[in-house]
Design a protein around this ligand. Structure first.
Ligand SMILES: [Zn+2]
Ligand SMILES: [Zn+2]
Length: 103
């Protein structure tokens, strides 16, 4: 008795009865294989560097895909701002609308 319709494994193309509706592979081995394939594909497709805009100073630069800032300086600056905002929120010292921080 199966609650879910039989599916075809995307890796080995064997028909299997999924134990839950999210399952798309027949076995853990196939799941791992698919993961590896996906990782490999992404790795090949991904350019080493891509055009980015710094989230801090807005400068155009070339950086890694997961990079947010043009430099260490901007990364640290952003962290200080975040920490200050967080602290202001926690302390609740400043009335709403007056939490602007000058840098
Ligand atoms: Zn399979
Ligand atoms: Zn920057």
């Amino acid at each position: 008795m199966n609650e879910y319709p039989v599916k075809k494994c995307k890796v080995c193309e064997v028909d299997f009865a999924p134990k839950n509706r999210l399952k798309i592979y027949c076995s853990k081995e196939c799941e791992k294989k698919a993961q590896k394939m996906r990782y490999h594909e992404n790795y090949i497709k991904r350019p080493a560097f891509t055009d980015k805009k710094c989230a801090m100073c807005g400068a155009d630069y070339k950086g890694a895909r997961n990079q947010l800032f043009c430099s260490d300086k901007c990364r640290k600056k952003k962290r200080v701002i975040d920490q200050t905002k967080y602290r202001n929120k926690i302390l609740g010292r400043f009335p709403a609308g007056k939490q602007l921080i000058e840098f």
